[in-house]
Design a protein around this ligand. Structure first.
Ligand code: ADP
Length: 402
């Protein structure tokens, strides 16, 4: 069966067509500058030349129409008719407290996505536009929403509640939600499968280290804790996000720099993290280069990044009373062997030992711990689109829609 996976942003729309029989990506692409002059679609099919089309896309509706044109085209298309498409899976940021799992889109689901606009102000409106554009262009085709918050909904109250007056939870559902959930779900599940972790030994820590970074602890695939909170700002140090800070920092900067709370939050989200600390870049390749050239701020940013990560891993080991596997994923987690090695060296107290040769490989699925390591360590490239396609297929089959 073929599933169209859509990840709609405010001015962009990424897509993939996945054949769920062999989990192959038949085509993928991107619509850029939706609602802005110079909109462009780029469509890639493995083994063929990339196809580009510059065409106005005032809204997501025109973008989806262009995607349909591209996938059905006689030259660069990958399906002969829309009948070949079983369903459409959508990445949706925030499902609020209503959705603990992916679900087939109904009017109620759309209403919940809308009700949670304030919790995902940049993403939820765009995600809904993506769904409505597909409904308008492909009437009758089932749509499935896969929520980035669903995995974090597995947390128990002691993990998700902030220690605030309880009225804020009662009134606003102000709590920790966690993000990157689709990635954590995929990678923790694949760790169990790939590592053949036996029942009773499935305590997994996933370090999703990309531009945004988060970490999760799960047992049998159920989330025990995860580092992002009400928004993706909480937790690890990231490319441009501060992660955890004392909330009083906000008030201090406001009064000393004459800024509003919104302005300071913008600084914490976009100008902090390793970029803010180093003044060099949010890209770890640039930071390593600067460190090797003697830049002390870059060196400190990298040290602080690892410090926070090791602290979270230790906390999660304690919460699960041990750990069976630690898995690294996303841009930095998949590619930066040195960072993995330094982090694992700090975890020597857990009996972790890394095979340096295996760890030198990049970007592929592998076990990097030695056979006598007390905790197994893996690198598993994340694949959120595949997770969305799998969930979409499972749900439309269960609902008798495909
Ligand atoms: P996102 O999806 O959050 O935008 P990615 O998962 O693609 O991010 O990760 C991007 C980050 O991965 C880059 O900012 C860069 O710092 C890091 N990265 C990618 N390749 C390497 C590498 N070879 N060595 C170190 N860091 C890398």
């Amino acid at each position: 069966m073929k599933i169209l996976v859509i990840n709609a942003g405010s001015s962009s729309l990424k897509y993939q067509i996945i054949d769920t029989d062999n989990e192959a990506v038949l085509a993928k692409g991107l619509c850029e500058r939706i609602g802005i002059d110079g909109s462009k679609l780029t469509h890639k099919v493995p083994g063929r030349e990339d196809f580009e089309k510059v065409s106005p896309m005032p809204t997501h509706k025109e973008a989806v129409a262009l995607v349909m044109e591209a996938i059905l085209d006689a030259d660069h298309g990958v399906i002969a008719s829309l009948d070949e498409l079983s369903a459409i899976g959508h990445r949706v940021l925030h499902g609020g407290i209503e959705y603990t799992e992916s679900c087939v889109v109904t009017e109620k689901v759309k209403a919940v996505i809308r009700e949670n606009f304030d919790l995902g102000p940049l993403h939820n409106p765009a995600n809904l536009m993506g769904i409505e554009a597909c409904e308008a262009n492909m009437p009758g085709k089932p749509n499935v929403a896969v929520f980035d918050t669903a995995f974090g909904m597995g947390m128990e109250p002691e993990a998700y509640m902030y220690a605030l007056p309880s009225e804020y939870y009662d009134k606003y559902k102000l709590r920790r939600y966690g993000f990157h959930g689709t990635s954590h779900m995929y990678v923790s599940g694949e760790t169990i499968k790939f590592g053949q972790l036996p029942e009773g030994r499935r305590r997994v820590i996933v370090c999703h280290l990309g531009n945004g970074a988060s970490i999760s602890a799960s047992i049998d695939g159920k989330c025990v804790d995860t580092s992002m909170g009400l928004t993706p700002l909480e937790g690890l140090i990231m490319g441009t996000r501060s992660g955890d800070v004392d909330p009083a920092v906000v008030q201090y900067i406001c009064s000393h720099e004459n800024k509003t709370v919104d302005e300071v939050l913008n600084i914490l989200n976009k100008k902090s993290g390793v970029m803010g600390m180093s003044g060099v870049s949010s890209d770890f390749r640039d930071l390593s280069k600067a460190e090797s050239e003697g830049n002390e701020k870059a060196a400190l940013a990298l040290k602080a990044y690892r410090h926070r990560l090791v602290k979270y891993i230790g906390g999660y080991v304690a919460l699960m009373n041990g750990v069976d596997a630690i898995t690294f994923t996303a841009g930095l987690g998949e590619n930066d062997g040195e960072m993995r090695q330094l982090v694992c060296e700090s975890l020597g107290y857990l009996g972790i030992s890394i095979d340096k040769e295996k760890n030198a490989a990049r970007g592929k699925r592998m076990e990097i711990s030695t056979p006598d390591s007390k905790v197994r360590v893996f690198v598993i490239p994340t694949n959120e689109e595949l997770m969305i396609a799998r969930d979409t297929l499972r749900l439309v089959k269960a609902a008798g829609l495909a």
